[in-house]
Design a protein around this ligand. Structure first.
Ligand code: B12
Length: 219
């Protein structure tokens, strides 16, 4: 069966959580959860964004679809969680959306990718004020901080967060993700332990190949 994100989007819009999950389960096996996140759920939500932009669906429709999508991701997480608790050292990642950012489905999927790789994850969701983020960082001391932002006008806020995170004395690696990375060239942000990753496959690649170099790098 060929994957059809538009069909999934339709199920989200009709509020059909069970059918959406069943549809994904027909396509899913133990090894392709990431591909379903990247090639089905993400394009389904982008499609919903287009319908919304074209006024073909209402804000209420879009909220319903988002809610169903969120529930489906949670269920996928339970059904296909790979319990790989065998990382030699405990590796800790904290994930957050910058202050006022409400888009979080991508961040939630990134949390899933880290968990599947055996990381200890603290997913703090969207809209986290900077001082609360810093307090958490200094107490919990994650090796990696993943930040997500979707909207262009969030760039100054993102920069403020990055600057503050780069001043943390134990020098965590900072990953920038989110729709903004696909819309803007954020290469100039890639400095002192800051990495820009456009999607979950790049994240997976970095976890498989790039991580040690980055995490051992001196600033
Ligand atoms: C659902 C949705 C909402 C929901 C979000 C709820 C939620 N739980 O997330 C709500 C209703 C709150 C919302 C609000 C708004 N939204 Co909105 N929204 C969307 C929509 C339809 C889907 C977003 C989504 O979930 N996409 C799917 C996820 C999986 O994609 P993603 O975030 O890009 O994530 C991928 C990567 O970026 C990456 N990733 C993401 N985070 C991270 C983090 C790390 C560490 C890593 C490694 C990777 C990574 O992984 C994912 C897979 O590749 C988009 C359409 C779109 N094109 O995205 C519009 C969209 C983003 N929204 C838009 C707008 C305008 C708004 C509002 C301003 C509307 C308004 N007037 O109020 C507000 C702003 C709210 C705010 N303060 O942030 C516009 C933005 C347009 C622009 N020019 O920038 C879009 C594009 C819709 C449109 N076509 O016009 N929105």
């Amino acid at each position: 069966m060929s994957p059809q994100p538009e069909k999934l989007a339709q199920l989200f819009l009709e509020g059909k959580e069970k059918q959406a999950l069943e549809y994904l389960q027909e396509l899913c096996n133990d090894d392709n959860k990431l591909s379903l996140y990247e090639d089905m759920i993400t394009p389904a939500m982008y499609h919903i964004g287009e319908l919304w932009e074209l006024n073909k669906i209402s804000v209420a429709d879009e909220h319903l679809a988002t809610g169903i999508c969120d529930m489906v991701i949670s269920q996928m997480e339970n059904l296909y969680f790979r319990d790989k608790t065998t990382l030699p050292d405990e590796k800790k990642v904290m994930l957050l959306g910058v202050e006022e950012e409400q888009h979080y489905l991508g961040l939630k999927m990134a949390a899933s990718v880290f968990k599947d790789q055996g990381w200890t994850v603290r997913y703090l969701g969207p809209n986290l004020p900077l001082h609360h983020a810093l307090q958490f960082i200094n107490e919990w001391k994650p090796e990696v901080i993943g930040v997500s932002a979707a909207l262009s006008y969030r760039l100054p806020k993102l920069k403020e967060f990055l600057q503050a995170f780069q001043e943390v004395d134990f020098e965590p690696v900072i990953i920038i993700g989110g729709r903004m990375t696909k819309k803007h060239d954020l290469d100039s942000y890639s400095e002192k332990k800051v990495i820009v990753l456009e999607d979950l496959r790049s994240l997976q690649y970095w976890l498989d190949n790039g991580r040690e170099g980055d995490m051992n790098a001196t600033s």
